[in-house]
Write a protein of this length. Structure first.
Length: 113
């Protein structure tokens, strides 16, 4: 079995069972803190690395491109807002976004006269 592909389709369950058996040293089918520490170190490091990579990509992405990727379409409709609402704190919606939208609407109305 290749180390690179130890979670290949054929061996996935077998490898997962082996990992669990090695973690569960006392055979009680529960993972104690001591048993979890080795795996937790690697899971945490992988998540940190994934977050760093995401952060680097995110910094280079234009805001509109980011939002259209989130909603999965270049044309954003009202129904897509349900995917955006939880991504921003409610006070930011009320104290920042809403006032900016109102200013943009006022400017739009002023320029149309």
């Amino acid at each position: 079995m290749s180390l690179f592909n130890c979670f290949g389709n054929k061996k996935k369950v077998q490898v997962q069972n082996e990992i669990f058996d090695l973690m569960d040293q006392d055979g009680d089918n529960k993972i104690t803190l001591a048993e979890l520490q080795i795996v937790a170190k690697y899971v945490h490091a992988a998540d940190v690395q994934r977050a760093k990579s995401y952060w680097e990509t995110l910094k280079l992405t234009q805001p509109v491109d980011h939002v259209t990727k989130i909603v999965g379409t270049k044309k954003v409709y009202k129904r897509h807002l349900k995917e955006l609402y939880p991504r921003v704190q409610p006070d930011v919606w009320c104290n920042n976004i809403l006032p900016d939208l109102k200013r943009a609407e006022i400017n739009r109305l002023k320029s149309s006269f």
